[in-house]
Structure formats: structure tokens, C-alpha cells
Ligand binder design. Structure first.
Ligand SMILES: C[S@@+](CC[C@H](N)C(=O)[O-])C[C@H]1O[C@@H](n2cnc3c(N)ncnc32)[C@H](O)[C@@H]1O
Length: 208
């Protein structure tokens, strides 16, 4: 019963926090509103990374070095570009195949004076993997597309040997990453996260 009430309160607080965030976006002149399939018109949903994942990412990003470069794979309107730009990454870019989202993302980046580039392309045809050593996925693809990304990253590592890190939120293709030889790095979640974690706020870190 108590757990039920706390969860309900948690959900209400998160809704309020989301609307405050949208309000502050409006004031800053940026648009990170979430959109459903009918909005993007391509069968995929644009959904921003959950705030609980941001807290987990914050802990991981404290290890980032100024030589690191991150790509948000399926970046939508680019909220994560703004997030990653707070850390010492040398480069923070994104790729998004929906033209409308990529355009809004580029406008947002411009308004926030980010140096990020958004490639408007399908990840299946992307050819600049060599530029990055961090790849962020917020569960953007089904398994078959994820496999193509992993294959491309592995080919890139072969061409240009380096340690790569995959940050994977809502990791529905976890097994696939292991099959492709990525090693799951132990990432300590706080006790609260372990108790209240709905599946959506799971973040995993892999290296290779
Ligand atoms: C769940 S949203 C994540 C947005 C962003 N990474 C974030 O966390 O705020 C996934 C995005 O991936 C994009 N996407 C899906 N398939 C793609 C593909 N094959 N190539 C590029 N982008 C793709 C969708 O259009 C959508 O904007």
C-alpha cells in the first residue's frame, strides 16, 4: 500500500517536473516536446531520455576525458546533445533520420549555442563512426537495426583501434550486445533506483 502511494506520488512529481521543464524550454526558445508516431509520420516515437536516466548518466559522465567524443544515435530533437555538452566531451554530435526532428534539433542546438552537428541520415547508411568513442542509445531501434549499428561500430574499431563505450538506456537488445562481444561494465545503481526502477529507467554501460 505504502509502495503504491509512493509510486503514485513519484509519478505526479515527475509529471510536474516534465511540465516545468517544457515551460523553461519555452522561455529559452527551444522545443524538446515529445512526439508520437503521427507526429513524426514514420512509425517511431520521439521520446526524450527519462530524467532518472539522466541522473545515472551524470555519474558515468564524470569519467569523461576531453579527448572523448560522443554520438547520440537517434538524437531526435537533441535534448541529449545539450545534456552531454555539460561534460568535457571534445565532440557531442547526433544522428537522426527524421528530417523534421533533425531540423528542430539543429535549431535547438543553435539557440543553446552548442557546437553539435546533427547528421540527418539513417544509421544504416552512416559512415562517420570512426569519429566517436562513446555511443548513446535510448532504445531507438529494433534488433535488426541495432545489429547493423553494432556491426558498423566493430568495423570502425578494426579500422581505427580504440576503446569504445556504449551507453544504452532501456536496453532491450542487451543480449545482442553481449553476442557482439561487448562487455557489460558493472554500474552501481543506487538502492532507491533498484527499488523504484521501472524497466524504462535501466541504463547499461558496455565497453569493447
Ligand atoms: C526514443 S527517441 C530518442 C531521442 C534521444 N536520443 C533522447 O534520448 O532524447 C529515438 C529516435 O531515434 C530515431 N531513429 C529511429 N530509427 C532511426 C534510424 N534508422 N536512423 C536514425 N534515427 C533513427 C527516431 O526518429 C527517434 O527520434
Amino acid at each position: 500500500m505504502i509502495a503504491f502511494i509512493v509510486r503514485g506520488m513519484n509519478a505526479v512529481c515527475e509529471k510536474i517536473a516534465y511540465h516545468l521543464l517544457i515551460l523553461s524550454d519555452r522561455i529559452r526558445g527551444v522545443d524538446f516536446h515529445e512526439m508520437d508516431e503521427s507526429g513524426t509520420g514514420d512509425g517511431y516515437r520521439y521520446e526524450c531520455t527519462h530524467p532518472r536516466i539522466l541522473k545515472q548518466l551524470d555519474r558515468i559522465c564524470h569519467d569523461v576525458m576531453p579527448s572523448d567524443a560522443v554520438l547520440d544515435v537517434g538524437c531526435g530533437k537533441g535534448r541529449m546533445l545539450a545534456f552531454f555538452s555539460r561534460y568535457p566531451f571534445r565532440v557531442v554530435d547526433g544522428i537522426e533520420y527524421n528530417e523534421r526532428l533533425a531540423e528542430i534539433g539543429a535549431r535547438n542546438a543553435n539557440r543553446l549555442q552548442l557546437e553539435s552537428k546533427i547528421f540527418c541520415a539513417d544509421v544504416r547508411e552512416f559512415c562517420f563512426w570512426d569519429r566517436y568513442n562513446y555511443f548513446y542509445f535510448y532504445n531507438p531501434f529494433p534488433k535488426r537495426v541495432m545489429e547493423i549499428c553494432l556491426q558498423s561500430i566493430l568495423e570502425s574499431v578494426k579500422r581505427h583501434p580504440r576503446k569504445v563505450t556504449i551507453l544504452y538506456a532501456n536496453p532491450t537488445c542487451h543480449e545482442t550486445l553481449l553476442e557482439y562481444g561487448f562487455k557489460e561494465e558493472f554500474f552501481q545503481q543506487t538502492a532507491i533506483e533498484q527499488i523504484w526502477q521501472p524497466y524504462l529507467s535501466v541504463l547499461k554501460k558496455y565497453t569493447r
